[in-house]
Design a protein around this ligand. Structure first.
Ligand code: PHE
Ligand code: ZN
Length: 881
């Protein structure tokens, strides 16, 4: 489809459906290539719709069998059916039933939307609009129905048959080879939350009694033989259920809750009512096949999908423009859960890193869009860091602005008032306006305006008057379609740090909201604090209180003092990041500034030396974050124009090497101190020790390659867990030579039967910052561990390569050519994965002219390819615009 011919769907064009579907009775006979679907829909006219309107049901690649109205076959003149649409020209203006027969081929479904097979398991993915690939339907989230689902399949092929809700019947089909189950979900839901699973699966189960007394059977289903890896997910599930009871007063509402892991999945996981389906990467864990990072992601995603039961399912979205209503809020909830389960500051730092790398870069490029987009051609392209992560930041700011009490009361009101409905951002915000007594009209701009605001701050101390005046100004650069920006509401959490710690904040300024927060809601303002005897160092945006860039001209010395003395752990971390980032930006912009890096390294190493010796052993997870420099992509974004990836890489490497050299002995001692642990345990404290130890290993490998390679090889051999093995491999990839190639080969042998571990192996190689990497990646595409049909494999190898700053952006353009060719090839089978991969080009405009021309040419080549999917055509078009 040519993208110009694709209709643009606009928020302002929303109209309620003319028809509603109260009940859905599905009868599905699973077969690898000929699955029969019979849908019995209980229809009625929507009082809010147009009387007498035709009934137009959505379809996608469907073919219609029989069609009956109130049990009688309909005359062919009364309807028309295409693969995309089933239209009843003049349906009766009353309740009636429609029975629709379709037949589908799950084995041929390579898009992984609708009903498909993943290593012989039948499964579904219906968000956002996949249900229409199963049956003709009003496939929109504001049409909510009560589902009863009968599933039938061959007993041997699919002993497990699951759907949403509670199991109400099961039995044998006469003949002996097939069996069936019947599921009923009493909670009305949109079609995107429908799911089924059929296959031979093992499981672990556990009983759970909710705070309000409901007994729930929990189960986690995995591939046969892998039940031993399901325990962590179950543990996470139980913990997050308790947390939601305690923190949000939310109880689970069915008698069963099933989680199923499948190996082919376009996204992370899906919150289908009572039947969450997961990418197996976010379920399976044991010490030998999952890293600490995997354990943490599993915890976060199990919680995320579970939390959707209230924020997403019980209260769903009126239309897909409201996607952030469920996603931003649910990300906020899962982030809070992880913060409570682990270290809050470390979780915040990790989340801010992700936000800057993924969302800030989106906001800074051609794909920038508001948290609530106004228009789309393909909704699947809007499951973005902006909707998810920035959407969560908006909730976090709301909580900070109105306070914990009004926030919790607002959530309670939202759950009470909107339960069972398909809601909007306006419905949501109204609850908080009510409980806080605030006017949230300007705050709502966060949902409408794209782009990352910049706060420019400066301060003046008046010794005679004993005052300190802080000047704050905000600007937001234009983004596509939004040339003029308005000021947003920015909560700036702050402290004034004096020699003895935080000074008391005394001011009569109306912008000061108390509790250390200034609200900047105008283009600029000044706040004067009194009784300030000494010149303080401002510590602004504590805890990253707003998703913005901050420009504050502090001397390195002041930043180093903040690192040593700030009471806010986030800003301690940020202080060193800022010192490093400024030097990297200067050297990345102008290679003659490279020498200045040595001085910066000296400052950083000076601060780090004491810190590593004295404080790091007490909080290794935090220390690991401190030791890690800002990412290269973040430096590129800060530079913003005429970006030379090689110069950035050289600066980054140069600074790391210099820090490593200066810290030398400290790093070795630190590794020894942290090496006293017993057997592997995935808890946050143990994970923190490994993180710091491995961060040190990386610096050693860069600054003392021989010593680093030796340590890495030894660690690989002696480790009892994947975290340390993978860190050894990653460190070794920094050191070219035979030892590296040996370790790469050993790793592949060790994990030959573990696709998810080999994904990490593929990615580690794809990220090597050397000219040989492109050929290596091409060769790896022929490796048995790789497959273009499995999204995890593609994301690891090809996605990893596209995230390799210097090699994707090779000066000869071969990196762009390679990725563009794969996008085109992949688009024929899996448009969603292809369009995400094409997103790697989003920063092309900030490159230096040579690379820019080459990247643009490849984008244009993609855009001009005939028969592109809507997904890829949309991204190509917007990226080039
Ligand atoms: N709704 C899922 C989540 O965030 C993500 C998803 C979207 C999965 C679309 C599949 C398809 O929890
Ligand atoms: Zn979600």
């Amino acid at each position: 489809m040519r993208s110009e011919d694709t209709p643009l769907i606009r928020l302002e064009d929303y109209r309620p459906s003319d028809w509603l579907i109260d009940t859905v009775d599905l009868d599905i006979a699973l077969h690898p290539t000929k699955t029969r679907v019979r849908a019995l829909l209980g229809m009625r006219p929507n009082p809010a719709g147009q009387p007498g309107a035709p009934l137009v049901l959505d379809g996608d690649e469907l073919s219609l069998g029989a069609l009956r109205l109130d049990g009688l076959l309909i005359d062919e003149s009364a309807y028309s059916a295409t693969p995309q649409k089933l239209t009843l020209h003049a349906p009766p203006a009353r309740r009636f039933t429609l029975m629709i027969d379709t037949e589908i081929d799950p084995s041929a479904n390579t898009k992984l939307m609708g009903l498909y097979r993943s290593s012989r398991v039948y499964c579904t993915q219906c968000e956002a609009d996949g249900f229409r690939r199963i049956s003709y339907f009003l496939d929109r989230p504001d049409v909510m129905s009560v589902y009863t689902v009968r599933l039938e399949a061959a007993k041997l092929a699919a002993p497990v048959l699951l759907s949403n809700g509670n199991l109400v019947a099961a039995g044998e089909v006469p003949g002996g080879e097939r069996h069936f189950t019947v599921w009923h979900d009493p909670h009305p839901k949109p079609a995107y939350l429908f799911a089924l699973v059929g296959g031979a699966l093992d499981h672990v189960r556990q009983n759970y009694v909710t705070a309000d007394g409901r007994s729930v059977e929990l189960a986690v289903y995995v591939e046969p033989g892998k039940a031993g890896r399901a325990g962590w997910a179950m543990d996470c599930l139980v913990r997050c259920m308790r947390w939601d009871e305690r923190v949000f007063g939310r109880n689970y509402d069915l008698d069963v809750f099933n989680v199923v892991a499948v190996s082919d999945f376009n996204m992370g996981a899906m919150e289908n009512k009572g039947l969450n389906i997961f990418n197996d990467k976010y379920v399976l864990a044991d010490p030998q096949t999952a890293t600490d990072g995997d354990y943490a992601s599993i915890e976060a995603i199990i919680a995320h999908e579970y939390f959707h039961n209230w924020t997403g399912n019980r209260i769903t979205c009126r239309d897909w423009f409201q996607l952030c209503l469920k996603e931003g809020l649910t990300v906020f909830r899962d982030q809070e859960f992880s913060a409570d389960e682990r270290s809050r500051p470390v979780k915040r730092i990790a989340d801010v890193r992700t936000l800057r790398t993924t969302q800030f870069s989106e906001d800074a490029g051609p794909l920038a869009h508001p948290v609530r987009p106004r228009a789309y051609k393909e909704i699947n392209n809007f499951y973005t860091p902006t909707v998810y992560e920035k959407g969560a930041e908006v909730i976090r700011m709301l909580k900070l602005l109105i306070g914990d009490g009004a926030f919790r009361a607002g959530m309670d009101l939202y759950f009470q008032r909107c339960d069972g409905t398909a809601a909007t951002i306006e419905d949501f915000l109204a609850c908080f306006a009510e409980t806080s007594g605030r006017d949230l009209a300007q705050f709502a701009l966060w949902y409408e305006q794209s782009g990352t605001p910049t706060i420019v701050a400066s301060g003046r101390h008046d010794a005679a008057a004993r005052t300190y005046t802080l000047d704050l100004a905000q600007t937001t650069a234009p983004t596509p379609g939004q040339p003029d920006k308005r000021p947003v509401v920015l909560p700036v959490a702050l402290g004034l740090v004096g020699t003895g710690g935080d000074l008391p904040l005394r001011t009569a300024s109306p912008a000061y909201a108390g509790d250390g927060v200034i609200v900047l809601d105008q283009p600029s303002l000044s706040v004067t604090f009194s009784d300030v005897a000494e010149p303080p160092i401002p510590s602004l945006l504590r805890g990253f209180s707003a998703p913005v860039r901050l420009e504050l001209d502090l001397a390195d010395g002041d930043l180093l003092r903040l690192f040593a003395a700030d009471s806010d752990p986030f800003n301690r971390w940020q202080a060193l990041q800022t010192v490093a980032s400024r030097a990297l930006v200067a050297a990345g912009r102008d290679a003659t500034k490279h020498n200045a890096l040595v001085a910066t390294a000296g400052e950083l190493a000076g601060a780090l030396g004491d810190f590593l010796r004295v404080q790091a052993p007490a909080d290794p997870a935090f220390a690991a974050q401190v030791l890690r420099l800002p990412g290269q992509a973040d430096i590129a974004r800060e530079i913003g124009a005429h970006v030379d990836p090689d110069a950035i890489h050289a600066a980054h490497r140069g600074l790391s090497v210099e820090i490593g050299l200066q810290l030398g002995a400290h790093l070795l001692v630190l590794r020894d101190i942290l090496n006293t642990q017993a057997r592997y345990s995935p808890d946050a404290a143990s994970a923190g020790r490994r993180a710091l130890r491995n961060e040190a290993l990386g610096l050693i490998a860069l600054s003392a390659p021989d010593a680093g390679a030796g340590l890495a090889a030894a660690q690989f051999s002696s480790a009892d867990n994947l975290t340390d093995r993978l860190a050894a491999l990653a460190a070794m990839t920094l050191v070219p030579g035979d030892a590296r190639e040996d370790l790469i080969a050993r790793f592949a042998q060790t994990y030959a039967a573990e696709p998810l571990v080999l994904d990490k192996w593929l990615m580690a190689q794809a990220l090597i910052p050397e000219a040989g990497t492109l050929d290596r990646v091409k060769a790896l595409m022929q490796h048995p561990a790789f497959s273009l049909t499995n999204p995890n494999r593609v994301r690891s190898l090809i996605g990893g390569f596209a995230a390799n700053l210097t090699q994707f952006n090779r000066a000869d353009g071969e990196g762009y050519a390679f990725v563009a060719d794969i996008v085109i090839a992949l688009d024929r089978t899996n448009p969603q994965v292809a369009s995400r991969l094409l997103g790697s080009f989003k920063s092309w405009r900030m490159l230096e002219p040579g690379r820019k021309v080459l990247a643009e040419a490849k984008l244009a080549m993609v855009a001009q390819t005939p028969n592109l999917s809507r997904d890829v055509a949309d991204i190509a078009e917007r990226t080039l615009a």
